[in-house]
Write a protein that binds this ligand. Structure first.
Ligand code: KG4
Ligand code: ZN
Length: 339
């Protein structure tokens, strides 16, 4: 008999639910993206919460239907409790807890960043450890050494904007729609590296993208006429350079030769190409989960919830939502006082 986890994700502007069997087999993964925000050029928290409230029941129902199961068949409910927009988390999290409580099921809270990392375990269940995971999304840019499931070492992170955020802000300055990463990539395909943007100079394994953003701002201020494709291309190359060079440094410093890349920016084809080049040069194994697993989804939340439940037991039904929360690097068994 399979162990079935229902995952629920509402940390930003995707309402998602998924049923995952035994932490590795996706039986359903339903995602409703909220397009209401595009007219505002960014996510409007209040509108996100309202959309989650409207969508949560039909999305969970559809996830169960597509998996051909009923609530009675579930063994565990997992939901993102941090980090994210508080008002958005406060839809999926209490919904998941109530569902678990009413159906006498255990509940597990999941950190969204750790969820992104689990896209790798979902796609490559037999991936060896340790591996280095670059998580690049709208909210995160983190280099993490994965010692094993649920045990990590943070090697580096962004000191300012997240990498996807930098793409989105650049897109906004260039008059492209939100979320902008994919539009920058699309235009970059027709361009050349004609503009010299300064590459971020941060020592060690941390990242910084705000300088690059400012230099784009100055470039646009000083050039009333510019070639959109060339600007997108140059911006993307500079940003990808920064990501790939930090991964190379992390490999040097740790001696770990397996690298996974996940999160929404991992959809980017140029990043994938450049990582493959690096893999060739340095004899690395590189893992990219499918694009549908890289962007926000609930299958990664279910997989992570399953692993954490196996290892640490259920979370408390009093577990709060947090707008910010680092990944738990050395988690302990959940104790009664935390329940
Ligand atoms: O992981 P995700 O779906 O949500 C967060 O947790 O933030 O990532 C969304 C981010 C956005 O910033 C979006 O612009 C970026 O991923 N993104 C891309 C591409 N597709 C999505 N960035 C660069 N190139 C892409 N093709
Ligand atoms: Zn995400």
């Amino acid at each position: 008999m399979s162990f079935l986890t229902l995952g629920i994700e509402t940390s930003c502007d995707e309402t998602a639910a998924s049923v995952v069997a035994d932490g590795r087999e996706i039986r359903s993964s339903i995602i409703a993206s909220q397009f209401v925000h595009s007219q505002f050029g960014g996510v409007v928290p209040e509108l996100a919460s309202r959309a989650h409230i409207r969508l949560i029941v039909p999305i969970v129902r559809t996830a169960l239907e597509v998996a051909s199961i009923s609530l009675r068949d579930l063994n565990l409910v997992a939901a993102t409790n941090a980090p994210g927009l508080l008002g958005a988390l406060l839809v999926g999290l209490p919904f998941a807890k109530s569902l678990a409580w009413a159906n006498k099921l255990p509940f597990v809270g999941v950190n969204h960043l750790e969820g992104h990392l689990f896209a790798t375990f979902l796609q490559y269940p037999d991936i060896g450890v340790p591996f280095i995971c670059l998580v690049v999304s709208g909210g995160h840019t983190e280099l993490i050494q994965v010692r094993e499931k649920c045990r990590y070492r943070v090697l580096g992170e962004t000191l300012d904007d997240a990498c996807g955020e930098a793409f989105d802000k650049a897109a906004k300055m260039l008059g492209l729609p939100y979320p902008g990463g994919m539009f920058v990539e699309e235009h970059a395909r027709q361009g050349r590296r004609a503009v010299k943007f300064p590459s971020p100079q941060i020592a060690g394994l941390d990242f910084s993208f705000s300088g690059l953003k400012t230099s784009l701002l100055y470039y646009l201020r000083d050039h009333r006429e510019f070639d959109l494709a060339d600007v997108c291309h140059s911006f993307q190359e500079t940003l990808v350079d920064a990501l790939v060079s930090k991964v190379a440094l992390a490999v040097d410093e740790t001696g770990v030769k397996r690298v996974a890349v996940t999160g929404g920016v991992a959809v980017n084809t140029r990043l994938r190409e450049r990582m493959q080049e690096l893999a060739g040069q340095q004899s690395l194994e590189v893992f990219f989960p499918d694009r549908s697993l890289c962007t926000d989804n609930a299958a990664m939340i279910a997989a992570c919830g399953h692993a954490r439940f196996e290892r640490f037991g259920p979370s408390s039904l009093a577990l709060p939502a947090f707008a910010r929360q680092p990944i738990d690097t050395e988690p302990q068994m959940n104790t009664d006082e935390h329940r």
